[in-house]
Design a protein around this ligand. Structure first.
Ligand code: AHM
Ligand code: MG
Length: 350
């Protein structure tokens, strides 16, 4: 099996980016190897439990959130071609080589799904790589839409540690050989089937969703007796990396849609280091990624930690939900339950 380092050398040679990208990607893989070790040590390494602090999102930080963040920052800040690091755990970007004219900006969620840590559930890391240049006024602009990403990837620290990467046109997956301490290419050119009969959503939010998502899930749950004419299965890991990985490996759709649970949040997931990298991977694998109303990769970001609705996976299923949003927004009354007929029952408490 091909080693990650060899794959990267060949792959980056085929892109228009400089050799520095090779250093960035191999360093990211090495950080993931280090976080895998800490994660798999669990209680033995003293890594379980809370830090007693909160991040910028107001979320309680776990010890492993903080350790994973340190691992990324310590290693990536030594790379000359990187200008800035933007982490879920830090309010502001960490500027590392500020005087450069151009360089890489890395966005990352150091440990996604961290509510799973203490129950030994699957967690992972997500990253996104952009290039930036100084503007004519000499200012650095670190925020670009997801379609500008040069590379994106995630890891899962599950039964085996896997690294999924897109750089170029394809999505490639590697498995960590713990004896060699190397990622080996195990899943080339991952593709998502167009249709599917499996969905992932946190159903406890059902009453807060907008009618198009309620309608889609209702029809899935009616199974072979309903208009879809087939049974659907549901899975929810509480960890985006694990749920998206399943979608990539065997198909399906993953959603954290807009809801009116907390009106000040446009959904739960963060655009720059969760939705965008996953959207790039899903699209490169032949799937679709939307908020329901717009393509995620085309959203113009306004701040580092902004949230976005997420509906991604099998193209036919995502298109079906987009169609329901179009009908809902244009006032077409095809929503057949009392809840859907009375639009006022969905109170958009902005
Ligand atoms: P995190 O980055 O703080 O772990 O939050 C993101 C996670 C996603 O991995 C997952 O899809 C979602 O939050 C789970 O939310 P919920 O607790 O509503 O199930
Ligand atoms: Mg996360």
């Amino acid at each position: 099996m091909e080693k990650f380092s060899v794959f990267i050398k060949n792959e980056v040679a085929n892109t228009s980016n400089s050799m520095d990208l090779k250093v960035v990607l191999t360093t990211l893989a090495s950080c993931i190897g280090d976080i895998a070790k800490a994660t798999h040590q669990g209680a033995i390494g003293g890594h379980l439990g809370n830090m007693g602090t909160q991040n910028i999102q107001g979320e309680v930080q776990k010890k492993l959130d903080v350790r994973s963040n340190e691992i990324f920052i310590e290693s990536l800040s030594k790379i000359d071609s990187i200008i800035a690091l933007v982490s879920e755990e830090n309010e502001f970007p960490i500027l590392v080589n500020e005087s450069r004219e151009e360089g890489y900006v890395i966005f990352f969620d150091p440990l996604d799904g961290s509510s799973n840590i203490d129950v030994n559930g699957i967690v992972g890391s997500i990253f996104s790589v952009y290039k930036t240049k100084r503007r004519s006024d000499n200012e650095l602009d670190l925020l670009s839409s997801g379609s500008e990403q040069i590379a994106a990837g995630y890891s899962t620290y599950g039964p085996s540690t896997m690294l999924v990467l897109t750089v170029g046109n394809e999505v490639t997956s590697f498995t960590l050989d713990e004896n060699l301490n190397e990622f080996l290419l195990t899943h080339p050119n991952l593709r998502i089937t167009r249709e599917s009969s499996e969905y992932a959503i946190n159903s406890s939010n059902h009453r807060f969703w907008e009618p198009p998502v309620q309608k889609y899930i209702k029809e899935c749950n009616e199974g072979s007796e309903g208009q879809r004419g087939k049974n659907f299965n549901m899975r929810w890991c509480g960890s985006m990396v694990a749920d998206i990985h399943r979608v990539l490996m065997r198909g399906g759709i993953f959603m954290y849609p807009k809801d009116n649970k907390l009106p000040q949040k446009a959904g739960r997931l963060r655009l720059m280091y969760e939705a965008n990298p996953m959207a790039l991977i899903i699209e490169r694998a032949g799937g679709k990624a939307s908020t329901g109303r717009e393509r995620i990769l085309e959203i113009r970001p306004e701040n580092y930690h902004q949230r976005t609705p997420v509906i991604m996976g099998a193209a036919d299923e995502v298109e079906k939900i987009i169609g329901y949003y179009e009908k809902f927004d244009s006032g077409e009354l095809e929503f057949d339950s009392p809840l859907f007929r009375e639009r006022s029952l969905f109170v958009d408490r902005k």
